[in-house]
Design a protein around this ligand. Sequence first.
Ligand SMILES: [Zn+2]
Ligand SMILES: [Zn+2]
Length: 747
Amino acid sequence: MDHLPAPSNPSAPLPEIPYLCEEEPYDDGDFLTYPARIGVPQLSSVETAIILRAWESKNPLGDKEVEEFLQTWLFFGLLHEVLGKHGLYDVKDHVEGDEEGRKSVHTRKLMVRLRRWTEILRSWDEMEKAKELRHLQEYLILAREGHYLVLADHHSKCNRAVVWSLSVILETLASAIDLAFVGPTREVTVSTVRTEFSEDETQHRLRNGWCIHEVLAAQKEFSSNIAKFYLLRMRKPDLGLDHGDCGADSCKKLQIDLPTYRPRHITEGCNCDWAGPTPREVAECLQGDTFPVLRITGDALGDVRIEVVPYVEGMVYVALSHVWADGLGNPAANRLPRCQLLRLKKLVEDVRGGKIVHVVDDGVKQAPEAPLFYPDPARQIFIWCDTICCPVQATSNPLPLEELMALQSKAIARLRQVYQQASHALVLDRSLEEIDFHSIDRVEAAVRVYTSRWIRRLWTFQEGGIAKRLLIHFRDAIVDHRTIWAAVHHDAAEKPEANTISLRRHLTTHCFNLRSWFAQKNASIDFRGPVWSLCWRRVSVPTDEALCLAAAYNLDMNAASAQPKDQRMQEVWRQLVATSRGISAFIIFNALPRLSAPRFRWAPSSILQTVKRGDILEFVFRNVEDESGSLTSSGFRVNYSGWRIRPCGPPGSFPHGLVSTNEPDRHYLRDAEGHWYSVWEHKELRPGRNVRLNHLWDEGRGGGNRQWHIILDVCHKDQETVGRRGLVTTSEPREGEQTIHHSEMVV
Ligand SMILES: [Zn+2]
Ligand SMILES: [Zn+2]
């Protein structure tokens, strides 16, 4: 795995991959028929590849046998198949021995060979290339089937170095084929099987500074094998936090407890007093349609002063985007320790230009060679920090409660404006501030930003996305996000390499969702990007989620913040339905927890995902070409076909063995034309409120008078009906009353 990118100061050396093919090295024959040559069933074509798994489940190989078989076939056999015919493969290129005669596998020469291979292929004519591509795709499908064997549960004790080496070699070759045939932005080859972390590997990461929530969320976002292997070896700085109580779905060290939260001093043991404006001073800056900004003066703890001034057009200010758990918040007063104020003042001076790293031509240069942003030292640069600029009640001279609440709503409603008009947003996150930017490469800087504590906070999404320029504070420099963007995007496009392209693709997605999405004004833009970027983030006050969504989607913040807290989410959905993009009718099939308010029972109550449920999110926002629903006085109106269903006897005409009788969640429906449908009830339904298909059978026996229908997410039966989603609905006529409708279930 020597050919892979690695983080600086990795948490573990590259594992040694034992060479297992000493006795029976790859015979340099055809890749497809290798299993047959050693006694595994005949694979006559790629269509029959699936028999490999079925065969192995009946004739289980020992762990050693499967490792040996797959290293020979998938590692050496595939390299031989891809590179051999061009004279670019020799087994000796990838095997070395130590003094004791132990042999191991390495990939130090792989990238040179692959670059040469790409050059050769690019010189071929289109016909030859198309033929070769078909051939390689077929072999990759087969390799994927082979790879499944080692990932099966009964082989969980296999040597992890061997497992990873297979995972990353297949992905590297698939990427190389993509790059050689279609370029860096498209993928035509077969996807490779995703290798998940073992329990030991997860524990290794926890010991190296990761929180379990970070591990699991990052695993969703950096899903390729090469990216995962990178993360496996990436250390997080030691912040002295004990994540022992953190759960899969949330890091307790990032959630704050408002009643007990206290701002931190810069250094342990500092005891300086706090300073800040009075609530009245902050309130005065929120008059009209402006907001407060801060001027910090003084050079020592004794003389540091902070004043609020109302923002007027033309002022330059840096808006902070910080992780509250790091100690720069204060829910009890608009005040911060003086040592923190001095630090903020210094940071803003750095933003003036002296410490910003940004891209100049192709390389990275550090100011002062690069032009200063604001060279005139007389030019005041102000700060905006939510802790001081959003009004909080004070113990002395408190504001009347009603006035305070109105001011708080006003301040929230202006958050979008605050970040839009800031000259820069500055990211402050202890996990990044412990890293020297100049000691890591730019890909690592990007990985660190996109796995940071800051990226896991909900509020920071819009803060980072809206600002004209986004700066990130590392220990030794303030870095312009464009520097990072250039590394992951432009370099990936101009100098794509098979060993980094999958990692760069994840980073590009992150960059797009964080920054570019906000810059796009296209009314038809896909809603899903930000949703994917938001769903693993967390917020300490759950009702803030609606406000964050409203800010991200540029909705009417005044209307959202004016609602009672428990009704903000329905206001967000109401506004989203009314946007020119609308909400896809498909949302009725989502299996997320829903709002309970009338007219909004189709709407998810949250888009934040638990690690377990994450894959369900795609059903919320579908493709832009989907039809939208409309919100009427009785609810969300959509147009789908439905079929009435009635209970009948068990299917009698099925071939023996096709109908499973021991799965309580599975049912069989037959339409009037005699087609059978296998219906599987979704497991993750809200407990207690389900309309179960089993009830239909009970009612059939008991003579119930409800009508049952099934609504499928396709309007025409001749469309693909495999893996469709549906709702089962019931209607219950009541004498002298309205019919009650229930639509409860995803199947
Ligand atoms: Zn944690
Ligand atoms: Zn202090």
